[in-house]
Design a protein around this ligand. Structure first.
Ligand SMILES: Nc1ncnc2c1ncn2[C@@H]1O[C@H](COP(=O)(O)OP(=O)(O)OP(=O)(O)O)[C@@H](O)[C@H]1O
Length: 686
């Protein structure tokens, strides 16, 4: 870094990994208890005092200085909903911080473009400054890439087109953003990409002006900013766009290293490569290299970028991506689908997950037609038509049910929802909604506990005393979890099958028995036990608390009349039904996997509106929800004893006799462990 850059205190953002976390670290304390925010103004003519009230909703994210909440304006009809960036005045003690905020507000306020987060309003009270922004319900491309790992070239083109539209507008208005990165690319209504966060933006005051402030986010910062010699201009945004394209396609930023100094060195030397294991086209490589040129003058301009072969034919692409692309790749529409789309056929059954390719195709046709109508005025949950106004509570709300309704419409409007059952994409590109699942189990809880095998080869036992033991696929080491039901975090110890604590002898021996039994292919199993899916499930996960690699294991389980429910330590809930179908809920990634009677495994976005699924899926999801609700009820001591209610699926009964060779799926036995109050929220079906 040049002397100037090194001496200057850079207005530097944290790396993206550090952002968008909802924790309080680094954000000054301020009255977060305040649920109603009041904006007090005075009518300049009459002197009348006016109070506008806003109700503060959920936390959307935390940045370096601000926390961002969903807020509802209580005095508007219909109620307007916004994202409110709340900046505590206690963080604005230095004049530099105040100047920065004033500049951010001034610049952002002046901008009006569909690909820029709309600035709505600003006000302050004694403690905070409140910036009301258009709410972007689908988070940012940072979360998208965390979820999807990387996206396709087709999807990238669609996002790039929108970024270029916004950048053209900004640059024409003499604004340089200077902090373009995935975390500042928001997804608004209808998945429209919107550039946000103008905290580092600057205005070019005269032709040829060069800016000198060293600022940006390490991974995305342009080399001329780091060099700091001749100043910088619009081309820094272009550089960041090059980093963005690389990151979307490859899954991590090109210059990323563990420490910022090394990252800067690599940027200044333009030291990056395209990993061999990730296939991207020559056009994709070429557009990236043409942008990531150390010489700002030789970098592609926005117009040149649009002319680049990577962007050829993009005029025919849809403007936005569908909501399903948040979790599964969006494929370029097939010719036939486009043809059929123009045929205007309306097909009535539009449920997702109905299983056959033919029905998927007809759903596409129907939605293609319907979505045109529907998307111009999305219906709210009560069936009322809503406009697309971003001030309207309904259209802006990240409402799961609506989301899915729109998703099924929108996805199908533009192309193919990724439910082509034989498509390679499903098996290879679908995000690992549930990389790990239980393939076999044996209920020996009348005596010892439940033995199970995971698809990665791990064998485990959940003992009746709530301790757990697992052995790795090679049988080389064992992890044992002590009984600490009242705490969320269970301590574990690791040892080998030959050298274990003597007091665990019985449990180790039982584990060996279960292991040889299950490896002999006994026990109840689901369809996936012998499947050929193209997955290579990991055998370990990184424990957040200790940083150690640990074996996956079953944390809770419950058996009902028709199903057995497992909850893995990674919060994934698996319900295996006696008819061999299976539901796997990944509430973190918001994906539900359904393994149907034919053994076809398919991922879908998770929504509480169960009607969106095929009847067979809906039925099983309802049942799953019922089990989870029952567990919750059971865990509330004030409730009547669940045994008294014959409607309940999960009943506490004495353990039924069963044996390793005598599997009886009709037995009803829950583990008392599920009564643990502190663990109940783990069972919430989101
Ligand atoms: N318009 C919006 N709609 C939805 N969520 C938003 C919106 N604006 C911000 N957020 C959320 O709030 C978080 C913090 O906002 P923002 O990044 O603008 O704050 P900041 O303090 O300026 O952060 P930074 O450190 O990046 O400058 C974002 O990461 C995002 O999760």
């Amino acid at each position: 870094m040049s002397q100037q850059a090194a001496q200057q205190q850079p207005q530097q953002k944290q790396s993206e990994q550090g952002q968008n976390n909802n924790n309080d670290q680094g954000v000054a304390n301020y009255p977060t208890e305040q649920k109603i925010i009041e904006e007090k103004t005075e009518n300049k003519v009459t002197g009348e005092k006016i109070i506008k009230k806003y109700s503060r909703g959920k936390l959307l994210g935390s940045g370096g200085f601000a926390k961002c909440y969903e807020v509802i304006a209580l005095d508007t009809d219909p109620k307007a909903i916004f994202a409110a960036k709340i900046i505590p005045k206690s963080t604005l003690t230095k004049s530099r911080q105040r100047v920065k905020l004033i500049s951010e507000i001034k610049i952002h306020k002046s901008l009006h473009h569909k690909n820029i987060v709309q600035f709505e309003h600003v006000f302050e009270d004694h403690d905070n400054v409140y910036i009301l922004l258009e709410l972007c319900p689908y988070q940012t491309l940072n979360e998208l890439i965390k979820r999807r790992k990387r996206i396709t070239e087709y999807e990238t083109q669609i996002y790039v087109m929108q970024i270029v539209n916004a950048l053209k507008y900004l640059h024409q208005n003499k604004i340089i953003h200077r902090d373009l990165k995935l975390g500042n690319l928001f997804l608004g209504d209808n998945m429209t990409l919107k550039i946000g966060d103008f905290g580092l933006a600057t205005k070019i005051e005269y032709e040829g002006e060069k800016k000198k402030t060293v600022c940006g986010t390490p991974n995305y910062i342009a080399p001329e900013i780091l060099e700091g010699k001749d100043g910088h201009s619009y081309e820094v945004d272009m550089w960041s766009l090059g980093v963005i394209i690389y990151t979307l396609l490859i899954g991590k930023p090109p210059f990323e290293t563990k420490d910022v100094r090394t990252t800067y060195k690599r940027i200044k030397m333009n030291n990056y490569c395209f990993p061999e294991q990730i296939q991207i086209s020559d056009n994709a490589k070429s557009i990236i290299t043409s942008i990531l040129n150390l010489n700002p003058q030789k970098r592609l301009t926005l117009d040149e970028l649009l002319e680049h072969p990577f962007m050829q034919g993009t005029a025919l692409n849809p403007e936005n991506l569908p909501i399903s692309s948040l979790v599964v790749p969006f494929q370029k529409p097939k010719k036939e689908a486009l043809k059929e789309k123009s045929n205007n056929q309306i097909v009535q059954d539009q449920k997702i997950g109905s299983g056959s390719l033919a029905s998927t195709q007809s759903q596409m046709n129907m939605a293609a037609t319907q979505s045109g109508l529907q998307l111009n005025g999305t219906k709210d949950l009560n069936g009322n038509m809503r406009s697309q106004s971003n001030k309207n509570l309904g259209s802006n709300q990240m409402d799961q049910a609506n989301l899915l309704k729109m998703q099924s419409m929108q996805t199908l409007k533009h192309g193919q929802f990724n439910s082509d059952l034989n498509s390679e994409n499903i098996l290879v590109n679908t995000p690992p909604a549930s990389e790990i699942w239980v393939t076999q189990w044996v209920d020996y809880s009348n005596k010892y506990g439940l033995g199970y095998a995971l698809n990665n080869g791990t064998i485990g036992v959940f003992f009746n005393d709530f301790t757990k033991i697992v052995i790795d696929p090679e049988g080389q080491y064992i992890e044992y979890y002590e009984k600490q039901p009242e705490e969320k975090y269970q301590k574990s110890i690791t040892f080998t099958p030959d050298n274990y604590p003597q007091e665990l002898k019985k449990k180790v021996t039982l584990l060996e028995h279960f292991r040889s039994y299950l490896q002999g292919d006994h026990g109840s199993n689901n369809q996936n036990a012998n499947n050929n899916y193209d997955v290579n499930p990991p055998s370990t996960f990184l424990d957040n608390q200790t940083g150690k690699k640990m074996l996956y294991y079953v944390k809770k389980w419950v058996k009902t009349k028709n199903a057995i429910l497992f909850r893995l330590q990674n919060k994934i809930v698996q319900v295996s039904f006696s008819d061999k179908t299976e539901i796997i809920l990944n509430s973190i990634m918001k994906i539900v996997t359904f393994n149907n009677k034919q053994g076809i495994r398919q991922n879908y976005p998770l929504t509480p509106d169960l009607k969106m699924y095929s009847p067979e899926m809906e039925k099983r999801l309802k049942y799953t929800k019922q089990i989870l609700t029952d567990i919750l009820k059971q865990s509330q001591p004030s409730q009547n004893n669940i045994n008294n209610n014959p409607q309940n699926n999960t009943q506490r009964q004495p353990m039924q006799p069963s044996s390793l060779s005598n599997q009886n799926n009709q037995n009803i036995n829950t583990n008392g462990e599920l009564l643990n109050n502190s663990q109940k929220q783990n069972f919430v079906l989101k």
